[in-house]
Design a protein around this ligand. Structure first.
Ligand code: CP
Length: 312
């Protein structure tokens, strides 16, 4: 495998999940693979889990790690070809990607959607710019439209707690004061399309995700109906896709509560706003899987890095 840019780079989800579970039991087993290899983590946005889990996974594989908060510390990058760079940008992606490629063996990148221009966000200029101009593998640590490391960690978590042949999994929208990107929800949907499950997406009207991504998925606007007999409830906020980047409603009707959750397991990628997205009782209760999901971030990225290192 060269790059890990989306869930579609996974050739067999069950095999990758099994491999992650094996790594979790003996994480130092492949320490030789990363000897004298370096990963460079470039952050254009904030992070807690992605940064530390990727560092930890790289350390388990014996790699050196370099981290740069590119958004705050790097030169403002230009992505357009043929531009006269007499405005705000100082360095072109063509040079930047080639330069970073000389300093390490893998580049991992986090660059969120700006939610101002759908076409620009969907072009994924940072991720695809590096993938095009770097000479080494690229890992997506959450881009404008995808968070495939999170979705793989979610698959590992589902696998551990599932007791049924075909569990019911519900992705439920939740309110949030800020406009958030669609990346986590998109990749969760793409991952669920590779699972044997009854999968339902529920959200208020106007919060439909990209229809190309949700094609074939069951969408239910009545949250109570969607949650009936759920085994897993994955809660996430995202802003409107059709009215791109807008927050259409902020009322607490859609917040996840213990009553709504019933006997289902609760999932969220974190960070989460308590008593806005989900009430305390759910997060602090024993049906919550959120801390385990965060732990599984180590093993999802470790599988990805292992596969890239094996192919170098
Ligand atoms: N879930 C997730 O990606 O967490 P961070 O934004 O803290 O990395």
């Amino acid at each position: 495998m060269k790059h890990y840019l989306s869930i579609n780079d996974i050739d067999s989800l069950p095999d990758w999940v099994d491999e992650a579970i094996t790594l979790k039991k003996n994480p130092y087993q492949f320490q030789h693979l990363g000897r004298q290899k370096t990963i460079c983590l470039l952050f254009f946005n904030n992070s807690l889990r992605t940064r530390l889990s990727t560092q930890k996974a790289a350390m388990y594989l014996g790699m050196e790690v370099m981290v740069m908060n590119f958004g705050a510390e790097g030169w403002a990058l230009e992505y357009e070809d043929g531009t006269i760079m007499d405005q705000g940008t100082s360095e072109h992606i063509r040079e930047a990607a080639q330069v970073v490629s000389q300093f390490c063996d893998i580049i991992a990148i986090r660059a969120f959607a700006k939610l101002e221009d759908k076409i620009k966000d969907e072009a994924e200029e940072v991720l695809t710019g590096f993938a095009k101009h770097a000479s080494i593998p690229i890992v997506n640590m959450e881009s404008s439209v995808a968070h495939p490391l999170q979705a793989l960690a979610d698959a590992i978590t589902l696998n551990k707690h599932n007791t049924k042949l075909k569990p019911k999994v519900v992705l439920s929208w939740a309110p949030h004061p800020k406009a958030l990107p669609h990346a986590v929800a998109n990749s969760f949907v793409e991952m669920m399309q590779k699972q044997d499950a009854e999968f339902v997406i529920t959200h208020p009207e106007g919060y439909e995700l990209n229809p190309e991504i949700t094609k074939g998925c069951q969408i239910e606007y009545d949250q109570e109906k969607a949650l009936e007999n759920a085994d897993f409830v994955y809660v996430k906020n995202w802003s409107s896709y059709s009215k791109y980047g807008q927050v259409l409603r902020q009322d607490t009707d859609w917040m996840m509560t213990q009553k709504k959750l019933g006997n289902a397991k609760f999932m969220h990628c974190l960070p989460v706003r308590r008593n806005v997205v989900v009430e305390d009782a759910v997060l602090d209760g024993n049906q919550s899987l959120v801390i385990e999901q965060a732990n599984n971030r180590i093993f999802s990225v470790q599988v990805v890095l292992k596969k890239i290192l094996e192919a170098l």
